[in-house]
Structures are given as structure tokens and as C-alpha cells.
Design a protein around this ligand. Sequence first.
Ligand code: PGA
Length: 250
Amino acid sequence: MRRPLVAGNWKMNGSLESVRDLLDGIKRGIDEVRVAEVAVCPTYVFLPETEKLLAGSVIGWGGQDLSTEGAGAFTGEVAASMLNDFGCQYVIVGHSERRTYHVESDELVAKKYAVARAAGLKPILCIGETLEEREAGITEQVVARQLDAVIDLEGVDALADGVIAYEPVWAIGTGKTATPEQAQDVHAFIRGRVAQKSAEVAEGLRILYGGSMKPDNAGELIGKPDIDGGLIGGASLKAEDFLGICTAAN
Ligand code: PGA
């Protein structure tokens, strides 16, 4: 049995005050939900406050990205060890916004996955196709390529230390959710591809869905056999909505 994971990707949102309110709201509501694992990923500068407020709670936290480098002259970058310093357990790698706006290649994302893993962080590897790619019928080719970059660099066993988030780019922030069937098809494909290398890793691998997941569609999505939780953007910025998705994940 895979434990579901619901992770909030806060992206570049919030102020110190709103982050405090949000964390407080999630903390207050979380006792009533019995989902196995819940985590939030605020932007870097709010990690110290997040650690302060969440330490000792059942809610985990993580970064939204990390550098492939350990330290040095890399202006604007944040190292894995710095995420460790603030108690992060997770880090998102290869989000489509990073791949698009920061031109992150499959190889760079794979390297980030490796660096996160070496630092004892649980990487949440985002993969997914654009609308053009879906319409061209190459969804499976695209997610296979993104997945294989990590397997080629680190071996299939590396996936046992991480989580995959299938996020169709056309569904992110658009209000257009993949249907549970569309999502399940791709999740099953991903698990099948991993199973070709290791049935054991595939069986234990958590594959989250991301892209306009909300309290009212989360239950149906997470109810599918190969969907093991969600990576939530917009709906993770309101405690009530985020908790609603956590409840649905039960
Ligand atoms: P969304 O974002 O829930 O706002 O669509 C998901 C994500 O980008 O991780």
C-alpha cells in the first residue's frame, strides 16, 4: 500500500504575514484529516518561518528548486545543504515553470534530482507534456524522456527515494484538470515504464497528479489506482481548500 502524499507548491506567492496565517490554518485543520503525508513548499525566504511554525507537527515542508552546486559563486542559487539547514524534507525538481522560464533541460533536472537525493532530501520530480505535445499524440514519449533522464543518470533504484508528480502543462493554473481517466492512463504508463526496470520500485513509487486539483475533483483523481496524491498549486494557498484535498486523499 502506498501512502498518499499531498504537497502544496506555493510558487512565488505570499507575504510573511499571509504565510503565517496559511500555516496556522493548515495546522489547525490537520488533526481532523488522516492523510498519511502532507507537505508544503513555500518560496525560499519563508522556509525559516515555516520551520519555526511546523516543527513538531505532522506537516512536512520543502523547497521548490535547488542548485546542482554545493556552494560558491552562483548568484541567486540555493544549495541542498541550505535546505537541510531549514529542516526541509522535500524539494521539487523540474517543475514545468522552471523547465519553461529557466530553460531547465532533462539532464539538468536529473542532476538536481541526484543532488537532492545525495543530501537526503526527497525530490518531487515533475514531468508532463504541453498541449501541443498532447495534441501531437506524443505524451508518452515526452514523459518517458523526462523520466529516463533520471533513470539513466542515477539508475532505477534512485526513484525509490523520490516522488513523481505528473503535471500536464496544459492543466497547470488553467482550471483545466485532466480527467481522472486521462491522468490514470499516464500514471499507469509511468509506473509500467519503471516496472520494466524494477517491479519493486514501480510498486512502491508514489506518482502524484498536479494541475488544477481542487477539493471537488481530488477524490476522483486520487481514487484512481495509480494516482497516489497531488501536487497542488493554486488550491494550496487557501487552508480550507488544501485541507479539503487532504481529506479527499483519505
Ligand atoms: P495548479 O498548479 O494546482 O495551480 O494547477 C500545480 C503545480 O504547478 O504544481
